[in-house]
Design a protein around this ligand. Structure first.
Ligand code: SF4
Length: 318
């Protein structure tokens, strides 16, 4: 297994005045192998998107490192770094409408990356855009239309074409289906899976729908209040969660297969996620955990491997 992307104790904090800091991402070490899909799950506000954006350099790192093929990437990107890394790492955004400039045609939007980061010109750019429109299931003739002329699912296809036209090796998909109708979600997931196979992509797939993440991912990483609490093979984490938070998260996520849904215990997560400005001492999940012990309130559990080294859990129960 060759590592393509590695984060080493990566943290991202935001200063919000009066010496207060939002601990959006705290000390995350995660390795993503070549051609692997790692699903990143957690409630809203757990820091998933910030982690994805920090990995590909859209946010400067507060501390820690990101490596791409063993190369340590800069702490904060300069324009030259974006230029060099754009053809290696890209992002597909959650909201396909707000991420597309309404004043640009679809052809201009998809071509933008090529114009900025490749040596292709004029008709070469045009034919590459036409090729990608077809590749994502649209028509070459759509080039001169504007984003508002397309449905949500079509707009996400445009977002995918824009991200993949430079044929990057690594793509962060930030909740790419959460703004879409259920009927369209499967089409977009199938398109991404197909492109992953044909292009040999490596993906960090951020989502809150755990059954969808299990379906598309090789491994699953569970994030809570800026930290990783569990990592493992997607099926193993989904069907045999070890961390109490993962267990509750999976129990509260509707399972599309009615037979599986009936066989699973139903649980609901209690209480509120603490503020990332005042991160509690000890285990961050302690105030909501049904299995909390005295030690949990004073000692921070570390992410440690279980018997199978691929399975890691941060909980004093292990
Ligand atoms: Fe619950 Fe303690 Fe494990 Fe945290 S460390 S998840 S509070 S049992």
């Amino acid at each position: 297994m060759t590592a393509l992307v590695e984060t080493l104790e990566l943290s991202k904090y935001f200063d919000i005045g009066r010496k207060q800091r939002v601990h959006a991402v705290d000390n995350i070490s995660l390795t993503i192998a070549e051609k692997e899909i790692v699903g990143l799950v957690g409630e809203s506000g757990s820091g998933k998107s910030t982690f994805g954006k920090t990995v590909i350099g859209l946010h400067a790192k507060t501390s820690g490192e990101v490596k791409f093929r063993g190369e340590i990437l800069p702490q904060a990107y300069r324009p030259a770094d974006f230029q060099r890394l754009a053809s290696k790492m890209q992002m597909i955004f959650q909201d396909p409408y707000s991420s597309l400039n309404p004043r640009m045609t679809i052809g201009e939007i998809i071509a933008e990356g090529l114009r900025l980061h490749s040596t292709l010109k004029g008709t070469q750019v045009k034919s590459r855009v036409e090729e990608w429109l077809v590749r994502v299931g649209l028509h070459a003739g759509h080039m001169s239309r504007y984003p508002h002329e397309f449905s949500g699912g079509q707009r996400q296809r445009i977002g995918i074409a824009r991200a993949l036209i430079l044929e990057p090796e690594f793509v962060v998909c930030d909740e790419p289906i959460s703004a879409l109708d259920v009927s369209v979600q499967a089409q977009v997931i199938n398109l991404l899976s197909e492109l992953k196979e044909t292009l040999g992509l490596t993906l960090l797939f951020i989502a809150h729908d755990l059954s969808m993440v299990r379906y598309v991912s090789d491994r699953m990483a569970v994030m809570y209040l800026g930290s990783l609490v569990e990592v493992g093979k997607a099926d193993e984490v989904y069907f045999d969660p070890k961390h109490p938070y993962t267990e509750i998260l999976i129990g509260s996520n509707p399972e599309p297969d009615p037979e599986l849904e009936r066989s699973r215990p139903s649980t609901a997560i209690q209480g509120e996620i603490p503020s990332p400005v005042n991160v509690p001492a000890g285990c961050r999940f302690a105030n909501r955990c049904p299995k909390v012990m005295d030690v949990c309130r004073v000692e921070t559990p570390q992410l440690i491997p279980l018997q199978d080294a691929e399975r890691q859990v941060a909980c004093h129960l292990y």
